[in-house]
Design a protein around this ligand. Structure first.
Ligand code: 2P0
Length: 362
C-alpha cells in the first residue's frame, strides 16, 4: 500500500507567536453509489466506494483556538451543537483531536471552542458524520495553513483534509470534493487510494452533473445499529468476501457508466448496491428498512416502468430512501413525490438535495 506519513513534529508554534484565531468551514454530506461497508486496520475500507457530493445537507463548523493558559498533553475543547454544549459529540471530537497530535502537535498548545450545526434536522435520521468530520478536518488543515503555511497547492490541502476526515469517519473523506468522489484503491480510477478520497468531477458525464437527491424521511428514529457496529458485523459475515468482490466489480461498471452518461447501468448498479448493503445487515439479523421504505421502492420501480424516466433509489444504513434523478425530469418527478411518496414519510417530510460543489471556507 501507498506510504503516506503526515506526522510532523515541527508543527509547534514558538510561544511568543501564540495568538488566538478562528476558522469556519461549511462541508456537505455525501451519498454513496457503491457502498463502503466493512473496514480494517485504521479506518481502511474493505472495498472502494464512489459517491455524489450533496449540496444542501451541510454542517457549518467554527473552530476558535487560543493558547492554553498552562501547556499540557490533554486536549482542551468545548463543543456547542446548535448553541448547546453537547457532551457526547464533544467526547468524540476530543478523542479525534487526541488521535491527531502526531500530525498536528500544535493541538496540545491550544484550547478550542467548536461551534457547529447542521442544515438538516436531527430527527431526519441523516448520518451527519460525513459532513461533520470533513468540516473539522478542513478546519484543522486551515489552522495549519494559517499558522505555518506550507501547503504546496489546493490539491495538497484537499488530500490531507480527506486523509484526516477518513480518520474521523470513513465516508467523510469523500465529502471534500465537488460532484463525485472515489475512496479506495481501484484499477478503474487512476490515483485512487485507501488512505484518502479523490475528486472525479472531471470524468463525470453531463448527464449526472445536475442530479437531484430527494431524501425521503421514512423514520426519524435513531439508527438501530451504529456505523461502527455495522462495519464490525461484516467481520463475521459469511458473505463478506463475495460482497467486497461485488463492490469491486460494480466500481468498474459504474465508473464506466458515469463516464459514458449511461443512466440505465448507473441506476441498475445503484439499486443493487443499496439492496446488497441491506442484505448484509439482514444476514446479521438487522432489518433496517421500514414497511414504507419497501412501499416507496415498489412505487419508484412502478413509476419508472410506466414513464421510462431514469429515476433510481438508494439507501444508507437506515430506512430513508434517497431518490436520484436528473434535473430535466424534476417538475414531473416532484408531482410523483408530492402525491405518492411524501404521504409515506414522517409528516410528509423530504429534503430536496442535489449534487454539490463541495466544501467552502466561510
Ligand atoms: C457509505 N455508509 O459508503 C456507507 C453506506 C453507510 C452506508 O459509510 O465507522 O459513518 O465512521 O468509518 O463512514 C457509514 O459509515 O463509518 C457509511 P465510520 P461511516 O457511505
Amino acid at each position: 500500500m501507498e506510504e503516506l506519513n503526515y506526522n510532523n513534529p515541527s508543527l509547534i508554534i514558538e510561544s511568543a507567536n501564540l495568538k488566538p484565531g478562528k476558522v469556519v468551514w461549511r462541508s456537505p454530506s455525501n451519498i454513496a453509489i457503491v457502498k463502503y461497508w466493512g473496514k480494517h486496520g485504521v479506518q481502511l475500507p474493505r472495498n472502494p466506494s464512489v459517491s455524489f457530493t450533496l449540496a444542501s445537507s451541510i454542517t457549518d463548523t467554527l473552530i476558535e483556538y487560543q493558547p492554553k493558559e498552562t501547556p499540557s498533553n490533554e486536549v482542551e475543547l468545548e463543543l456547542y451543537f446548535h448553541s448547546e454544549r453537547k457532551e457526547d459529540f464533544e467526547t468524540k471530537v476530543k478523542k479525534y483531536f487526541a488521535s491527531l497530535i502526531d500530525i498536528f502537535p500544535f493541538i496540545k498548545q491550544m484550547s478550542f471552542v467548536i461551534r457547529t450545526g447542521n442544515s438538516f434536522p436531527h430527527s431526519a435520521g441523516i448520518a451527519s458524520s460525513a459532513s461533520a468530520m470533513s468540516a473539522l478536518a478542513l478546519g484543522l488543515c486551515s489552522i495549519e495553513d494559517e499558522l505555518f503555511g506550507g501547503f504546496e497547492n489546493d490539491a495538497a490541502f484537499d488530500k490531507k483534509a480527506s486523509y484526516l476526515a477518513r480518520l474521523g469517519s470513513g465516508s467523510a473523506c469523500r465529502s471534500i470534493f465537488p460532484t463525485m468522489s472515489v475512496w479506495g484503491k481501484t484499477s478503474h480510477v487512476e490515483g485512487s487510494s485507501d488512505l484518502y478520497g479523490i475528486g472525479i468531477g472531471d470524468m463525470v458525464h453531463e448527464n449526472f452533473k445536475d442530479f437531484h437527491d430527494d431524501i425521503l424521511i421514512v423514520s426519524g428514529e435513531e439508527k438501530s445499529v451504529s456505523s461502527t457496529a455495522g462495519h464490525a458485523l461484516m467481520e463475521g459475515n459469511p458473505f463478506a468476501e463475495p460482497r467486497y468482490n461485488q463492490a469491486r466489480t460494480n466500481m468498474g461498471k459504474v465508473i464506466a457508466a458515469i463516464k459514458a452518461g449511461d443512466l440505465e447501468t448507473f441506476g441498475k448498479i445503484t439499486e443493487e448496491e443499496a439492496l446488497s448493503l441491506h442484505a448484509m445487515m439482514m444476514n446479521s439479523n438487522y432489518l433496517l428498512m421500514r414497511p414504507n421504505s419497501l412501499k416507496i421502492i415498489e412505487l419508484v420501480r412502478e413509476y419508472r416502468r410506466e414513464t421510462n424516466h431514469p429515476i433510481y433509489f438508494t439507501l444508507d444504513a437506515g430506512p430513508n430512501i434517497h431518490l436520484l434523478y436528473p434535473e430535466n425530469i424534476m417538475p414531473e418527478v416532484r408531482v410523483f413525490v408530492d402525491e405518492q411518496l411524501a404521504p409515506l414519510c414522517v409528516d410528509n417530510y423530504f429534503i430536496g438535495d442535489w449534487v454539490g460543489e463541495g466544501p467552502e471556507q466561510q
